[in-house]
Design a protein around this ligand. Structure first.
Ligand code: SF4
Length: 283
């Protein structure tokens, strides 16, 4: 019999749940509704919401007439210039930016106003990074692929995108501390979201204590990718899947236990379907 261990915290985080609830309510009220890019990074969930009437507004291209429409700002925010433009053009703008992301933006602004040079550990072009860049124009993004940094001030403040991994953030913080150039103040703000930190802890346990690990989430989801990379580094028998249709039964030959964890934009029903399927062919 296959032992199935599911992470304690799975499914939507509170930021994603709030955004999805807002969209569902507006759609049920009959609003002509647009979202800026993907509301959340889960292909299945986006298809479900689109089938209910949600339309995507590609902010990088020509906009349709939205004067009679409502526009929802996605969970990881939208650059402030675009927000202003939307407020001018749409009938109504509903901001579903997660409160954690908005709080990071506020903190960055405060540090900038206090004269600090701002660095952000994050992924270029991620929606949240684009939003944070718009809060302070000269924010510098740093990560493992682009670890070089040059600072011109002696007051440095380092932040993290909310969905990055803690080990990488520690590594980058250390790089600053090891730099021989002197700064008078170095503020390290661990702005990794507590929900994703908890999932990191859980996935490490699951990957170590099971024969196989399944990470469930969207291909574009930054935190799902992070969980996959962590699990894979601890257990090579790790697979990242969007939903039950991506399960390969051959993975389970001679497997006695499986650990399941999900990204923060994965609906719990997807996990339920996976568990049901595993129970069917392995018991
Ligand atoms: S992962 Fe954290 S920061 Fe991102 S939407 Fe969820 S609660 Fe908000």
């Amino acid at each position: 019999m296959l032992r199935i261990e599911i992470a304690k915290d799975i499914g939507f985080c509170f930021g994603v749940k709030r955004a999805v609830d807002i969209v569902e309510e507006l759609l049920s009220n009959g609003e002509d509704l647009y979202i800026t890019g993907d509301l959340i990074h889960n292909e299945d969930e986006m298809l479900r919401l689109k089938s209910m009437g949600l339309k995507t507004l590609d902010v990088a291209n020509e906009w349709p007439d939205i004067s009679k429409s409502t526009v929802v700002i996605r969970a990881h925010g939208v650059p402030l210039g675009i927000l202003k433009e939307l407020q001018k053009r749409a009938k109504r703008v509903v901001n579903a930016t997660c409160t954690v992301v908005s709080a990071v933006g506020e903190l960055i602004k405060q540090e900038k106003n206090a004269g600090f040079e701002i660095f952000l550990y994050g992924r270029e072009r991620h929606a949240e990074v684009e939003y944070l860049k718009s809060v302070v124009g000269d924010l510098k993004v740093i990560n493992q692929e682009h670890p070089e940094f040059h600072f011109s001030s002696n007051k440095i403040a380092l932040f993290s995108q909310t969905t990055m991994g803690i080990d990488g953030f520690k590594e980058i913080s250390k790089k600053f501390l090891d730099d021989e150039k002197l700064f008078s103040s170095f503020h390290i703000h661990n702005t990794i979201c507590a929900v994703t930190l908890e999932r990191e802890r859980e996935v490490k346990k699951l990957a170590r204590s099971n024969d196989l690990c399944l990470i469930v989430g969207g291909k574009k989801s930054s935190n799902t990718k992070k969980l996959y990379e962590i699990a894979k580094s601890l257990n090579t028998n790790t697979h990242m899947i969007l939903n039950v249709s991506e399960i390969d039964e051959n993975w389970f030959d001679s497997i006695k236990s499986v650990g399941i964890c999900s990204g923060t934009s994965t609906p719990t029903r997807v996990i339920d379907e996976i568990v049901k399927r595993l129970r069917k062919f392995k018991n």
